[in-house]
Design a protein around this ligand. Structure first.
Ligand code: ADP
Ligand code: TYD
Length: 202
């Protein structure tokens, strides 16, 4: 089986981290050689950019450029070498997050985002798991969980636009996207993920 590139997406508080842990265990159980990585981040340079992106105020286009700069490095240093060596790559967020947050959330034009995507080579995941929840659910989960970063601190209408932008992309690219109703109990979601992953590797 060729190495696959899987990404996890969703608004903050949707449960992505929880399901990433499950997916890691699923891959190990199936003896699939893989790496787990994340964006922003994934390389030493990318992790430094992440710290700036999550906490320093900046112009929207600077934010988008830094997201894609980190992604360029991530592809070059981590994602492409792993796939070439036959290892699956699971990334906690990738380019769809830029379309959702910088595009849907902050209003950067899709044309500019596409240009940046083209600049870095336009690689697409084989499978994108979109964990979708209503805002009230994600906000209740975030409220009880941690200190909020620059994106998490945004108003509800920002997160509503991010959610809608994710759903629009999922409908535009149905072959690689799977929309998962992440408002259900964790066990139900994992049962669906089991079925989905078994189908994906069949
Ligand atoms: N389906 C679920 N039902 C109830 N609580 C959940 C569910 N999924 C995640 N949580 C809880 O919500 C909080 C945020 O989840 P997390 O996985 O960190 O979200 P994300 O990575 O998408 O921001 C955590 O406390 C987690 O245990
Ligand atoms: C990859 C990416 C992330 N983001 C944002 C979404 C998240 O709010 C934030 C950090 O992502 P995340 O990994 O979800 O952080 P956490 O540690 O809180 O789970 O970065 C963008 O705005 N654009 C992007 O291209």
């Amino acid at each position: 089986m060729p190495a696959r590139f899987i990404t996890l997406e969703g608004i903050d508080g949707a449960g992505k981290s929880t399901h990433l842990t499950w997916l890691t265990q699923w891959l190990a159980r199936h003896a699939i050689d893989h790496i787990i990585t994340r964006e922003p981040g994934g390389t030493p340079l990318g992790e430094q950019l992440r710290a700036l992106l999550l906490h320093e105020p900046m112009h929207l286009e600077t934010e988008a450029l830094l997201m894609f700069a980190g992604r360029r490095e991530h592809l070059h240093q981590v994602i492409q070498p792993a796939l070439a060596a036959g290892r699956w790559v699971v990334s906690d967020r990738f380019t769809d997050a830029s379309f959702a947050y910088q595009g849907g959330g902050r209003g950067l034009s899709e044309a500019k985002l596409r240009e940046l995507e083209h600049w870095i080579g336009g690689i697409q995941p084989d499978l994108t798991l979109l964990f979708d929840v209503p805002l009230a659910v994600s906000q209740a989960r975030m409220a009880s969980s941690r200190q909020l970063d620059r994106f998490e601190q945004e108003q509800s209408d920002f997160h509503a636009r991010v959610r809608q932008a994710y759903l629009d992309r999922a409908h535009a690219y149905p072959q690689r996207f799977r929309i998962i109703d992440a408002s259900r109990p964790i066990a139900d979601i994992h049962a669906e993920l089991t079925h989905l992953m078994e189908t994906f590797i069949a």
